[in-house]
Design a protein around this ligand. Structure first.
Ligand SMILES: [Zn+2]
Length: 324
């Protein structure tokens, strides 16, 4: 039976309708269509001259030459920033190439690689926050259906000169309830049996208000308002849990396209002054196996065809297999 569920963390409404999931989705063909593949890939090792000059790297070698492990370059087609940007559209848009390996998504990285990638992301976010940007968003779009135009696994950073309405509303929601909605959401999942699917200090769970099949949330228990302020230990823990979750999703759903979104508070003077806004940064992982159609566009209510209880059971079983 369909069920309407409000999600206190995001303010979204979801209609849980497992009966609609009778037809399995196959996404591999969709994900591959139109993607750039080697040898024409600008993100592969040896093709460094095909991107704008890099702004950061880890590993060895000269700038814009091979030898790097993680590489950061300005986005050639920025959403914000660049010399032509109009009012409100200033900022920075960077691409973080996860590794020189075209086939290695975040789920394929080892512990050290995953931690290094997330450390670079945090440090770039820090750089832009300290430069006075109002908000830094970090994300991974993996697969064509998730918005990636280049197949080579990469993350993106958007540093904005304003606080987006969704972020402002989220911070207000924390302030007005006077509670840590991320920890509440996780506690609710534990009671319902959809959490914790993996992790201790950093945990992953399937939210009761999952708007998409196999949605997963990840947060460090002691996380603050921004990823910029995360400790090395939190970054390492988060990186390993995120990697494990993506690996399990890949097995559960046959390598689906997905989005990873870091929900981050506003940066800027408040954070810099040490008085953080009431927020808890967290990560949302959404496999793109559903379609936003007319009902969703007209009502703003998302329809989820997979019960989070079912998703959590499946992911937990796969994660248990990994650790045996
Ligand atoms: Zn490549």
């Amino acid at each position: 039976m369909p069920e309407l569920r409000p999600d206190a963390l995001t303010g979204r409404l979801v209609l849980l309708a497992p009966g609609r999931s009778s037809r399995p989705h196959t996404t591999a063909a969709v994900a591959a269509a139109g993607e750039v593949t080697p040898p024409s890939c600008p993100f592969c090792g040896g093709h460094e001259h095909e991107t704008p000059p890099e702004v950061a790297r880890t590993g060895d070698g000269p700038p814009d030459g091979p030898g790097w492990r993680v590489r950061v370059v300005p986005n050639l087609y920025p959403i914000v920033g660049g010399p032509e940007a109009g009012p409100g559209a200033t900022g920075a848009h960077e691409v973080i190439v996860l590794s020189p390996d075209h086939g290695a998504g975040f789920g394929a990285l080892d512990d050290a690689q995953a931690a290094e990638v997330l450390t670079v992301l945090r440090d770039r976010a820090r750089f832009h926050a300290e430069a006075g940007r109002a908000h830094v968003q970090l994300l991974i779009n993996q697969g064509r259906a998730a918005g990636a135009s280049i197949a080579h696994p990469h993350a993106q950073l958007l540093a904005l000169d304003f606080v987006p309405p969704t972020v402002a509303v989220a911070v207000d929601r924390f302030a007005s309830t006077g509670t840590d909605l991320v920890l509440d959401d996780q506690a609710e999942a534990i009671v319902a049996g959809t959490g914790v699917i993996v992790g201790t200090e950093v945990r992953a769970w399937c939210p009761l208000g999952s708007v998409s099949p196999f949605e997963v949330r990840i947060a460090a228990l002691a996380g603050g308002a921004t990823i910029e302020a995360a400790t090395d230990r939190q970054i390492l823990g988060t990186a390993v849990v995120l990697r494990d979750v993506l690996r399990a999703l890949s097995r559960a759903l046959d390598d689906p396209p997905y989005n990873v979104v870091v929900h981050n508070s506003a940066a800027g003077p408040r954070a810099a002054a040490g008085s953080e806004p009431p927020f808890h940064w967290w990560i949302e992982v959404v496999p793109r196996i559903g379609v936003v159609a007319g009902f969703e566009l007209g009502t703003g209510i998302l329809v989820n065809t997979v019960d989070p209880e079912t998703a959590a059971q499946r992911l937990r079983a796969l994660l248990d297999l990994e650790t045996e």
